[in-house]
Design a protein. Sequence first.
Length: 325
Amino acid sequence: MSRIVDCLFIIAALTLASAPAHSDDYPSRRITLIAPWPPAGAIDTICRELAPGVGDLLGQPVVVENRPGAGSTIGTADAAKATPDGYTLVMAGSGSMAISPTLYKELPYDPRRDFTPIALVVRVPFILVVNPSLPIESVTDLISYAKAHPGALTYGSGGAGSPHHLFAEMFKTVTGIEMTHVPYKGSAPALTDVIGGHIALLFADPAPTLPLIKAGKVRALGVTSAAPLPAAPEIPPLAERGVPGFDAAGWGMVVAPAHTPASIVTRLYDAFRTVEARPEVRDRLIFLGLTQQASPPPETLQSFIDGELARWGKVVKSAGLAATQ
């Protein structure tokens, strides 16, 4: 009998030792925030701007870890598989959460089932830029030129199915023009080739592009969001320059593994919202060409993800890219 009691005691002790920390003790150790892109990019920069302040509020360090690869799906998948205790988070983006589910034949996570949304942090509008030697001064010029020369204009992207590619595909569909896609291994070399005149245009990330616009190395025709960029209000939205209703942007959202306790989600949501509202963080995000996002409550964010999945799924399918990766 004593042996049975001893065994039961050991089993109970092991169970308690392996169980996640109680939410009322959270956090009792460091938190990992996965940035699923390489260092120095927009998502990595956002993580590093927010992490110190969030850590200070929670009383434990928030450590940013870069886990890039496969269009950000590797780092995102790592978070999906983590223990749902609030100690592993990921800055998920529109690519991994809304585009990849239609683009990839198989994805190691489900954006609806495998995550608990915490806070929508930023939107990332893109800027349509052209080589300044082209006789294209405006969006209407671009549309007229493309219709007069079907397929002659070349546009770059960071690869098939990247946001740069899908923004251009959406633009083609809405305007009824034809352009030729030239994929690159990343948006930086594509931007370099717009400057060099090797390709005509690019829907470009704002952070590296704004200095080039000011230097006259590329010409900005418009931004993809319905509102101007706070960092460059002189660049008009495409919707106001010949493409009515055009409104598209990438985004970054902090998510945790599914089944993370609600009390932990609430603490994280409050911390990220508080830090993002600080003037120095707001100014830094604006400098990077990003649009600060006042996040809805966590319980409403799944509806946002569902809408983005449907929206970008249609674009991926219309571009003939469904299940091609």
